[in-house]
Design a protein around this ligand. Structure first.
Ligand SMILES: *Cc1c(COP(=O)(O)O)cnc(C)c1O
Length: 434
């Protein structure tokens, strides 16, 4: 057993044991939740460092507390690496997570009550893209758009039609469950035509953009928002990329007299947050450095190769996939024609050691509480070193689960044992001392 947390083990065995149990569970099952991957030990060390103790409200060189010589250097390094990695003019690394980053987007470019175009949660959008129970749907008016229910893909003519009719002030592009390529250039043409801002939310796909296997939003979007903990493999957190100047208002905004970069910074602090989480920012700088390596680009490419192989394995075995397949890290199995729900399938898969989530599919007739789909992602397994052979084996396991829904209690433990054996042949980054 690990001596990785010797002090915690002594002082708080309850929490220590639960952390160990969760880590062991994740290392012996297939982590296929599309938003998850495995952060490196270096990222976790930075995140677990003394920096958690430091208060430094403000930005490098302009703080409201003293004693910032080193934290300024850390935040500047994170910013510089972010600029280099994404080719962005401006980077803010302070958002506490993806949702606060998106909140800052609204506060920096819109007024309460403005219309925005976004995808409803049930069609694969994020809560913060204008969903009714979220601040974004309460304070702003969501004009919904969604992938075509038949093809499962965005129909750009239809999206343009909605934009011209409704003239939103901002368009969100980016999703939590869209398995296909997003063509930012096409979205930019629509946004420019109606003088709206275009914001890409790349929380799910940032590593694919870094690896060059998905189009780059930075040249086409006014702001790009991201989480740092999903396939980027950083700490829990978020960041914002933007241009310095405002495309719609020139150098200075008529009311605030500030450029876009300054308005974003002010929206984060003092607009929404207090002190930056310097332990998370240091860990994000580490993750950015890791993401600049050739190994990381290989990881990004392999994620997509793995998802494609998994998709092929399922199609060959007679399953239907939303939009017919994938160009990203995720795929949606379409169970609309089956007599079990997405929720039933996700439960059964978890029993067998395949951890994913139920999710609506385009044209779903079942409620969001049960759905007709299961969403699967390949980022975490790719981080473990799994490749095409393992993906085909996983398709076979999924098939076995789905064909044995009636007697899953007997079949699941057998599959679970096989999965544990397969996982044992790979190293889980950051879990090697289990
Ligand atoms: C995960 C996600 C977010 C929000 O991230 P949190 O860190 O969970 O707040 C925002 N947008 C998209 C598209 C996401 O997938």
């Amino acid at each position: 057993m690990s001596e990785r947390y010797p002090h915690l083990k002594q002082s708080d065995p309850d929490i220590y044991n639960l952390i160990q149990k969760q880590a062991k569970y994740e290392a012996t099952t297939l982590k296929m939740i599309a938003s998850e991957s495995f952060a490196s030990i270096s990222v976790m060390e930075a995140c677990g460092s003394q920096l958690t103790n430091k208060y430094c409200e403000g930005y490098p060189g302009a703080r409201y507390y003293e004693g910032n010589e080193f934290v300024d250097q850390i935040e500047n390094l994170a910013i510089e690496r972010g600029k280099q990695l994404f080719g962005a003019e401006h980077v803010n690394v302070q958002p506490y997570s993806g949702s606060p980053a998106n909140q800052a987007v609204y506060r920096s470019i819109l007024n309460v009550g403005d219309k925005i175009m976004g995808i409803p949660v049930t069609d694969g959008g994020h809560l913060t893209h204008g969903w009714k129970v979220n601040f974004s749907g309460k304070d702003y008016v969501q004009i919904p758009y969604a992938p075509d229910p038949v093809t499962g893909k965005f129909d750009m003519d239809q999206i343009r039609g909605i934009a011209l009719r409704e003239r939103p002030k901002m368009i969100w592009t980016g999703t939590t469950a869209y398995p296909h390529t997003i063509h930012y250039k096409d979205f930019a043409e629509i946004a420019h035509e109606i003088d709206a801002y275009l914001v890409a939310d790349i929380a799910h796909i940032n590593a694919l953009i870094i690896a060059g296997v998905h189009p780059d939003p930075v040249p086409h979007c006014d702001i790009v928002s991201s989480t740092s903990h999903k396939m980027l493999r950083g700490p829990r957190g978020g960041f914002l990329l933007s241009k310095e100047e405002d495309r719609l208002h020139g150098k200075y905004h008529p009311e605030s007299k500030l450029n876009l970069a300054k308005r974003i910074d002010r929206a984060i602090f003092p607009g929404l947050q207090g002190g930056p989480h310097m332990h998370a920012i240091a860990a994000l700088a580490v993750a950015f450095k890791e993401a600049m390596t050739p190994e990381f680009r290989m990881y990004g490419k392999q994620i997509v190769d793995n998802a494609r192989t998994l998709a092929q394995g399922l199609l060959t075995r007679g399953y239907e996939l939303a939009g017919g397949g994938t160009d990203t890290h995720l795929l949606l199995i379409d169970f609309r024609k089956k007599d079990f729900t997405g929720k039933d399938a996700a439960r059964a898969l978890a029993q067998a050691g395949i951890i994913a989530n139920f999710n609506q599919v385009p044209g779903d007739h079942r409620s969001p509480f049960v759905t007709s789909g299961v969403r699967l992602g390949t980022s975490a397994l790719t981080s473990m070193g799994m490749k095409e052979t393992e993906m085909d084996q996983i398709a076979a396991w999924i098939d076995r689960v789905c064909r044995n829904m009636e007697n899953i209690d007997t079949v699941a433990p057998k599959i679970r044992a096989e999965i544990e054996e397969q996982c044992g042949r790979f190293t889980v980054p950051g879990y090697s001392d289990l």
